[in-house]
Design a protein around this ligand. Structure first.
Ligand code: NAD
Ligand code: NAG
Length: 263
């Protein structure tokens, strides 16, 4: 687009975003109650998964923690119990299909039907294309396939897919990462439509798209646009989005307009 056109367009988007924020501020959004729900968070031994598990624990959910790092989920479980929740932990490598299905069976037998699934464990790390291992969106399909049938049968549940700003906007040296996050966004959007066509309106979907978070995931996150966020701050946005059935959760919310501009 020509620069002279881009500037008024940009101003229009800013105006729109303020208007939207103002209207949202005036109309209090209804939040659903999730007390007593069985929530499973993959990769909950650290970072965003852990911080979001705490938010679910605060709301009296039963939390099920999956991670390859046993120490990590032990710490998360302890804190969840302090917050008053029942917590169960399973050491699962979410890049291995058999491990996912085996653990899913155990969860069903020992705990019950998972009604909120947060697919958070990210296997693809940001690096240049030639040093990337074969990447894997497969694990997300496997975890969803393990828990969605029961949610559909009960017509009750919520699938939370953790993608990234990199699922909408591309950057150099993030080829494999962006590919897998675009795939995660696509998975979320197609699944949402499919559930709607099948009239499973009780099964909600959300896609989480944050900018940089201060975790192990990115060693030195830095960006021209903004400093990295604390996982706790991001988790607050995630829980708010889940409780209001928000489909695409941009964090910070302003990211939505960068994505619109990019388009
Ligand atoms: N950190 C960021 O800047 C950022 C930005 C946008 C999106 N995200 C996404 O958020 C999600 C969580 O990332 P984070 O920053 O909290 O990372 P993190 O490294 O802090 O935590 C990830 C957790 O997942 C676990 N894990 C890794 N591989 C696993 C596997 N195969 N099976 C089971 N558990 C596994 C790790 O042990 C760790 O506890 C990822 O999907 C990531 O892509 C991160
Ligand atoms: C979210 O969706 C569920 C299931 O469809 C519904 O019961 C609930 O009322 C919705 N809540 C909000 C706040 O939209």
């Amino acid at each position: 687009m020509h620069l002279l056109l881009e500037i008024p367009f940009f101003l229009l988007i800013i105006l729109y975003s303020y208007l939207e924020a103002f209207i949202k501020f005036l109309i209090p959004t209804k939040k659903k109650s999730i007390s007593g729900e069985i929530v499973l968070v993959t990769g909950s031994g650290h970072g965003l998964g852990r911080a979001t598990a705490y938010e679910f624990a605060k709301r009296q959910c039963t939390v099920i923690l999956w991670d390859i790092n046993k120490n990590g989920i032990e710490e998360t479980a302890e804190e969840c119990r302090k917050l008053g929740a029942t917590a169960h932990l399973f050491v699962v490598d979410c890049s291995k299909r058999e491990e996912i299905y085996k653990a899913a069976d155990k969860v069903k037998q020992e705990i019950g039907d998972v009604s909120i699934l947060m697919n958070n464990a990210g296997v693809v790390s940001p690096t240049d294309i030639l040093s990337t291992d074969d990447h894997d969106i497969q694990k997300m399909f496997d975890t969803i396939k393990a828990f969605l049938p029961t949610m559909m049968k009960n017509n009750h549940g919520h699938i939370v897919t953790v993608a990234s700003a990199g699922g909408h906007i591309v950057a150099p040296f993030l080829v494999a990462y962006c590919s897998s996050k675009f795939a995660a966004v696509g998975l979320h959007r197609a699944l949402t439509q499919e559930l709607s066509v099948m009239k499973k309106n009780g099964v909600q979907t959300s896609c989480v798209c944050p900018m940089f978070i201060k975790t192990n995931f990115v060693k030195n996150p830095s960006s021209r646009m903004m400093p990295p966020m604390e996982p706790e701050e991001v988790a607050k946005h995630v829980i708010k989005g889940v409780l209001t059935n928000e489909s695409m959760i941009f964090i910070p919310p302003f990211l939505k307009f960068s994505v619109m501009l990019d388009r």
